[in-house]
Design a protein around this ligand. Structure first.
Ligand code: PEP
Ligand code: MG
Length: 933
């Protein structure tokens, strides 16, 4: 018996998206829950894969027979006949894979029309215009998709007839115009393919099924899957949906539209969408005619509007998710053609999550799991400064929020080239098509002069979280000339514009933007996340400003303060340099005293900002030569200064001769010339001497492998006074806070530790300083002493280190470097991209924690550390600490906290809740995968 490849809508398993594709599964599910769906069936993705695997691209055995049987059932149910010259059945042939890939694969409509069935359709509907309109659409779409005839070949004829008839919009064309166009189109196909257009309806169907299967391997689809990281286990092959055609273009009691059950831009609980009376679905999506917002239907077709509202409620109640649906009204009957989870931007996702909980549709756990943590990044997108008062150049529809500036570019290929070379570009088009997708990826934002909020440009941009202004009809785009004209203004390729996808405004030039603030809904959602998560989320923050930002993002403390960053400020660096260059202990102590005072102030301010939450101060880590210029810079400086000295001497000689000739020019007693007196010369000489001194220090400090060199705790052995200074500053700051009644929770952390002896060495300074400061201030300090675990040996000796260390923090940047022997400075620019491209590594280990290697070391260290010190506090502060997948692992090995850069804190908070929920058996729904793709 042959394998089953075809499923009627009444029998297919609505949950099996892998087999039936998202669209097919939903058509089955909608049919089975009693929604009014046109009759039809699905050919499985298995059939697609079998077909593609066959070298001769033959349809799998038995498939066509199954298709014939299903067509017979549809014929029976609809009372129509496929290829029948009395009551013809027309079908659509639609692609649909397990993951939504809007517009990336092919679809054919009105299939079943030919020279025999067309008159019957006309007779049946009594509408000749409608018949020829359907026919010409079918010939063009079939010609393009199934036979590879370029659109332009059809468009020339279409435009010529329109021009001759003096009509602007397609609706102005008469039946005889469309009849003529159909004839011309049939000729185009014959000319291009060398064969007449196929009139056999089953031949049409077979060719179309193959074309849809082939589109899975088309360039657009492949590019899309690569960009959105859609792997075969997420979607493998496309299904083909064969659905009885219903017509939205049979007259004024017909319409077609697309809708969202809630507003996908804002999340507002109002039906959102657009429709066109007397039109076919492709007109709405392709942006060929500008549609009307759905609330207009309330006045224009009130009964249909109320049926749509009922449909919206039924869809949400069943799917417990915002739906993006397509519908057609044929002579007063509403058909739902498709539904899928609506793609939304982050703001809408968050708002709908919170509101659906309040409405009792879903619970908090489901609400949290709906939102992909990475998606929150979108909420950090810049928007135009609120107080900007600039007249927009043009206005369109606010199709995807966020503001972006860039150079205008009028085609996707140019956008890709410029975008890749690092230019900021805005893709400006009349309307976009799926084949423009590569241009989207490369652009900061998208601007179109035609189409609505559900046009291709809008949907794709929203999915990508890129700003988009659509349907800015005041702009006329000329792709040939590479210009866009807006009234008096002509935008040329390369001109800078700014678009605001939140308002639909388009501006000339680059406007300043500002960070958005957290919405109340996001605060609520993240507070639910905090209630559920076991991991605490800390921030890596080094300055009081960064600490303030971290608090705003909800950080529960500072998990890593890299104290060296405090020395890099321009007003501090000279003291650090003086300290390094000091020849005598007195000189060094003088410089250190200045640094201590500054650090004390910084620490105090960090402690106060974060109080009562913990602040982990890490003692100096980088090699100290990093505070000095490079050898090359110093050599160049010295060369330049010597040249200056020569020039000064030359001018001095010149002025000196001048003095001989012109005795009135005064000279100084040493016979040098006044304008270039001793002081001027001394400054240059002094500068040269200082640079030479630095140069010799730089040469002395030179290391072949600085990342494996004289850094971290090793500095405490060679320059103990630096760590002493820092310890003193931390403890003095703590003492001052205690005196001021501020509740502080200080942790002192040592970097690069690999032996217990190193920790004991630092601990001696810690104890001595503590005693001194406690005695001086007559109080008790209360801090924790701990270590970074970022050296492989430290992992192996974690049980011993825990004798001295009260906490561990995994420095997974260095630990990854050490585990792979990949330089963290170079690997990412050199070979790592190729490693991931060639699948040698599944991801960049400096971004996503390498669970199998680095993670294994971490797991062992946690076990050994806690064997020595039960309940020991352990966290991570490497970059991977802000990455959701890594956070799940950190939860799994029972770390207490993750620490990441402040803007990643909200993402980490949500990811920490996800980690707990998925561990407890909650399943991350397809919604999450879909949005994260
Ligand atoms: C680390 O190594 O992971 C770490 C946090 O320290 P740094 O990046 O400062 O070396
Ligand atoms: Mg480190």
């Amino acid at each position: 018996m042959n394998k089953k490849y075809v499923y009627a809508f009444s029998e297919g398993d609505g949950k099996n998206k892998q087999l039936l594709g998202g669209k097919g599964a939903n058509l089955c599910e909608m049919t089975q829950i009693g929604l009014n769906v046109p009759a039809g069936f699905v050919i499985s993705t298995e059939a697609c894969l079998t077909y593609l695997a066959d070298e001769q691209h033959r349809l799998p055995e038995g498939l066509i027979e199954e298709v014939h049987q299903q067509i017979a059932t549809v014929e029976k149910n609809s009372g129509k006949g496929f290829g029948n010259a009395d009551k013809p059945l027309l079908v659509s042939v639609r692609s649909g894979s397990a993951m939504s890939m809007p517009g990336m694969m092919d679809t054919i409509l009105n299939l079943g029309l030919n020279n025999n069935t067309l008159p019957a359709l006309i007779a049946e509907t009594g509408n000749e215009r409608f018949g020829y309109d359907a026919y010409r659409r079918f010939i063009q779409l079939f010609g393009k998709v199934a036979l590879g005839v370029p659109d332009e070949k059809f468009d020339v004829h279409f435009e010529a007839v329109k021009k001759r008839s003096g009509v602007k919009a397609d609706v102005g064309l008469t039946a005889s115009d469309l009849k003529e166009i159909s004839g011309l189109f049939l000729d185009v196909v014959k000319e291009h393919t060398g064969r007449p257009f196929p009139m056999d309806v089953y031949e049409q169907l077979e060719i179309s099924i193959k074309a849809v299967f082939n589109s899975w391997m088309g360039k657009r689809a492949i590019d899309y899957r690569r960009e959105f990281k859609i792997t075969p286990d997420m979607a493998n092959g496309t299904a083909v949906n064969i659905v009885e055609m219903v017509f939205g273009n049979m007259g004024d009691d017909c319409a077609t539209g697309v809708g969202f059950t809630r507003n996908p831009g804002t999340g507002e609980n109002l039906m959102f969408g657009e429709y066109l009376v007397n039109a076919q679905g492709e007109d709405v999506v392709a942006g060929i005619r500008t549609p009307k917002p759905v609330h207009h239907m309330g006045e224009e077709m009130p009964e249909m509007h109320s049926q749509l509202e009922t449909l919206r409620s039924k869809l949400e109640a069943h799917y417990l998710e915002i739906q993006d649906f397509e519908y057609t009204i044929e002579k007063g009957i509403l058909y739902c053609l498709q539904t899928r989870n609506g793609k939304m931007n982050a703001a809408a996702m968050v708002r709908t999550s919170v509101e659906m909980v309040k409405e009792g549709l879903i619970n908090k756990e489901q609400a949290l799991l709906r939102v992909d943590p990475e998606l929150l990044e979108q909420l950090l997108h810049p928007r135009l400064m609120q107080n900007i008062k600039v007249q927009p150049l043009a206005q369109g529809l606010p199709a995807s929020p966020g503001a972006a500036s860039g150079h205008c570019v009028f085609d996707a290929d140019r956008a890709e080239i410029l975008g890749r070379s690092g230019e900021k570009v805005i893709l400006v088009r009349e309307e976009t098509k799926p084949e423009d997708i590569h241009g989207f990826f490369a652009s900061e934002g998208i601007l179109t002069s035609r189409g609505g909020k559900t046009s291709h440009a809008a949907v794709v941009a929203r999915g990508m979280g890129k700003p988009c202004v659509a349907g800015a009809e005041g702009i006329s785009v000329d792709t040939q000339q590479r210009i866009a004209v807006v009234g008096e203004v002509t935008l040329k390729e390369g001109d800078f514009i700014t678009i605001d996808g939140g308002t639909g405004d388009v501006y000339l030039g680059e406007l300043p933007t500002e960070e958005p603030e957290f919405s109340d809904e996001l605060k609520i959602l993240l507070s639910w996340a905090d209630d559920i998560a076991e991991l605490k989320v800390m921030a890596n923050a080094d300055t009081p400003d960064a600490a303030q930002k971290a608090v705003e993002y909800g950080a529960m403390g500072i998990g890593l303060c890299r104290t060296e960053r405090m020395f890099n400020a321009t007003d501090r660096l000279p003291f650090m340099v003086n300290m390094i260059l000091a020849d005598t202990t007195e000189e060094r102590e003088e410089a250190l005293a200045k640094l201590r005072a500054m650090q004390r102030q910084d620490f105090k301010s960090l402690f106060k900002t974060m109080a009562p939450n913990p602040v982990t101060i890490r003692l100096l880590d980088p090699p100290i030569h990093e505070f000095l210029p490079t050898e090359k810079e110093l050599e160049d400086d010295i060369d330049n200064l010597e040249q200056v000295r020569k020039d000064i001497n030359g001018v001095a000689v010149l002025l000196s001769s001048l003095r001989l000739l012109r005795p009135e020019v005064k000279s100084n007693p040493e016979n040098t010339v006044l304008p270039f007196n001793e002081e001027g010369k001394t400054l240059v000489d002094e500068a040269i001497a200082m640079k030479r001194h630095m140069l010799s220090k730089v040469r002395e400090l030179f290391e072949v492998n600085p990342m494996l060199g004289h850094r971290g705790v090793r500095l405490s052995v060679t320059y103990p006074e630096i760590y002493e200074m820092q310890l003193q500053a931390v403890m003095e700051a703590e003492a001052e806070c205690i005196k001021e009644g501020v509740s502080v929770h200080v942790e002192i952390m040592v970097p690069q530790v690999c032996t217990l002896q190193e920790l004991k060495h630092v601990k001696r300074y810690v104890s001595a300083t503590k005693e001194r400061i406690e005695a001086r201030n007559n109080l008790t300090l209360n801090f924790k002493f701990g270590t970074m675990i970022e050296v492989v040996r430290a992992c192996m000796r974690a049980g011993h280190l825990a004798e001295e260390a009260e906490f561990f923090s995994f420095g997974t940047n260095d630990l990854t470097q050490a585990t792979f022997s990949f330089s963290r400075e170079d690997a990412e620019n050199k070979f790592l991209p190729l490693y991931t491209e060639k699948n040698i590594l599944h991801s960049n280990p400096f971004e996503v924690l390498d669970i199998k290697g680095v993670g294994q070391l971490m797991g062992l260290s946690v076990d050994w550390g806690r064997q020595t010190r039960p309940g020991m506090k352990i966290g991570i502060c490497g970059e991977q600490g802000g990455h959701p997948e890594s956070i799940r692992f950190c939860h799994h090995i029972k770390l207490n906290y993750v620490s990441c850069s402040a803007p990643r804190v909200p993402i980490a908070r949500l990811a920490a809740a996800h980690a707990k929920l998925t561990e407890s058996g909650y399943v991350v729904t397809e919604r999450v995968q879909e949005v994260s793709s």
